[in-house]
Design a protein around this ligand. Sequence first.
Ligand code: NAD
Ligand code: UGA
Length: 463
Amino acid sequence: MGITKICCIGAGYVGGPTMAIIAQKCPQIQVTVVDLNEERIAAWNDEDVNNIPIYEPGLSDIVKEARGRNLFFSTDVEKAIDEAQMIFISVNTPTKTYGKGKGMAADLKFIELCARQIAKVAKENKIVVEKSTLPVRTAEAIKSILDNTGNGVKFQILSNPEFLAEGTAVQDLLNPDRILIGGDTTEEGQKAIQALVDVYANWVSEDRILTTNVWSSELSKLTANAFLAQRISSINAMSELCEKTGADVNEVARAIGMDSRIGPKFLKASVGFGGSCFQKDILNLVYIAKSYGLNEVADYWEQVIIMNDHQKRRFSNNIVKTLYNTVSDKKIAFLGWAFKKDTNDTRESAAIYVADDLISENAKIAVYDPKVSRKKVLADLDYLQSRAADENVNSVLSFENPYEACFNAHAVAILTEWDEFVNYDWQKIYDSMQKPAFVFDGRNILNGSDLEKIGFVYQAIGS
Ligand code: NAD
Ligand code: UGA
């Protein structure tokens, strides 16, 4: 019998969009997304779909279509678990901030809580799907909790990692490069795999649905993120060399990207990758390798993070150095705060670290981001605990619109590649700024020679 009721625990950047697409594409399946966070669920249920908690192009229309039909958002976790035949776990798995593995290992406390809650509530056999990104062999722990604390019902654990990228989540979910499903090799395991294959087959062609064993699936997700992040650190390493040698990193990326073995994607030099996952997942990989005594493997991957940290610091150091070695009381406009364009997510955004460095040098930062509020900017800075919260309040100026942010500034720094930045009236911005007026393009998106004609001193990463 096919699946008719799905529950997803975690209504975040993965749970929300993923389930919205399943609901849209499978009207015969009732999909309930649950979360402990009442505010988040209330926002998902907001009458005005423009107020849903996650900004993703195209998402609000899909939510509008499916919500109330076969897509529901609720805080009643137990009811949804009880009713569902298939339960996705999409809770957060952040880097541990305490105890063994602090700063490296993934914190699995939310995963364990889910497993215990499922075990407590379930009265019938269920398929539990790991959607969160997890260390290899986590399914073993989940299975042990389910089997030892449950009501004697049978569970199948599948690994079904998510590969969507924020900002393009809807397109990634509608047209995935592949769907990966790992399960047990037993007959029951294979049946569970087939049940999930059948869900995806509603809109994904079967040749794009890969099935494998659980451990390969879990490790493939960490490997994919490590490889993607490694490409960024590789091109960023070259960007520093370009700046010293007169080469242009965009030209280098273009030249190597045309080699079909290398390919053109993920070769954009930047102020550093951000987002909730690359750093967390690589640190986790490093931790796993170390825990098996594989120190060379661990050191190899750790270098991707070291390079990324260096790139962020290098960008802020360059601003200070170029502004005559002092930014004290200088206004520096930040265009962009989100970790990439087309998202309101700021987790691990390079902007946070660059701002933190500059505030430590007594700069005043005026941030404008089309999707990020001042409250969020301050919360991100406070989270670093570099200084008292009121010092952050005093150092971050108001930012109602980009022209206001740039008014009277000594420099503009581009931290996110929002398309709209390219179309600003840069003459107007120049006229309103302190002279000489500097632009530090951390995303390589502006036309440097046009800005130089206006009078700006323009510096881009890698040229
Ligand atoms: P998120 O923080 O946006 O959402 C997680 C949600 O889970 C939160 O709303 C939280 O309140 C809820 N939650 C935690 N414990 C709970 C519990 N016991 N019961 C009910 N709700 C609970 O996180 P996210 O960005 O959606 O990431 C989730 C997982 O997916 C992570 O493992 C991440 O690595 C992985 N992932 C994320 C992305 C991405 O683009 N963000 C992409 C692929 C994979
Ligand atoms: C990434 C992966 O791309 C997804 O496949 C994966 O599912 C997800 O992580 C996850 O596991 O969470 P995401 O972090 O949302 O997705 O966004 P990316 O497009 O990968 O960008 C990550 C960061 O790298 C951004 O800060 C982006 O600006 C930066 N980046 C990306 C570059 O600096 N240069 C590039 O060429 C590409």
